[in-house]
Design a protein around this ligand. Sequence first.
Ligand code: Q46
Ligand code: ZN
Length: 300
Amino acid sequence: MSRCKSCEAPAVIDVRRHNAAFCADCFLRHCREQTRRAIEQHSMIAAGERVLVAISGGKDSLALWDILLDLGYDADGVYLALGIGGYSTTSQRYAQDYADRKGAKLHVVDIPAEHGFGIPEAARATKRVPCSACGLSKRHLLNRAALDGGYDVVATGHNLDDEAAVLLGNVLQWQVDYLARQRPALPATDGFARRVKPLVRLAERETAAYCVLRRIDYIIEECPMAAGNRHLRHKETLNDLEERTPGAKATFYVQFLERMLPVLEGVATEERALVGTCSRCGSPSSAEVCAFCKMVERVV
Ligand code: Q46
Ligand code: ZN
């Protein structure tokens, strides 16, 4: 049995990329510390700011909410009901249960009730893959919820594995504009609240272990619409690589942040300058009508 790197007690988890094992208490501290460092390093949240955490009912978002509350942030949650059958019902229950247990505030945006369609219908009507219709809706509605509620910043539970997989996808096609935007903290612009990803220094395995050790129940089942999506394939590819070369995943992502993002600064600024306003909903958009409003028009 290995020993905890910090206190020598018997370890419950090893983190190979840090070459370290931890006991339960020191591991929870490690998760908080990695989150605190990400927030500080990328100026994600300033003192006194109000944070809106996007809660899916999964391990990452619930771990994020828990850590932010623990670190003393003023953090409310928002759950988007996507209309994906039993998956949505169950994930909402986990989100609500956590909020109730903590006495924390959870806003719910019910897309079928408020907009008249769920993600499966939106995907069918627009001939998009479900995750594309879903991502577009989430970005739009989270931003709306933040602006309407007077929050300074939207926080999402994207972890190191997510970000490395997105990065791989963007690099494989050299999507330079996407690469320029793939930041752990996207500054607020006209009509957009700041968006931050405080868990980028934690791997998926770590957020799962965090929830287990904190006795946070979360939905384990994958979204039924995720099957076969590119993101999952890229994750598997990176996991194979990580298996052979521990630390490769973190190096890939961290070196991108340190060496590549500064080079892409000009592209990001140019892009921001192109953004106008949607004539229907007033959201930022580079076209006359934003992608969300176009989608709504085609589905309903
Ligand atoms: S919820 Fe939505 Fe995910 Fe389901 S449809 Fe795809 S993007 S997989 S995180
Ligand atoms: Zn619009």
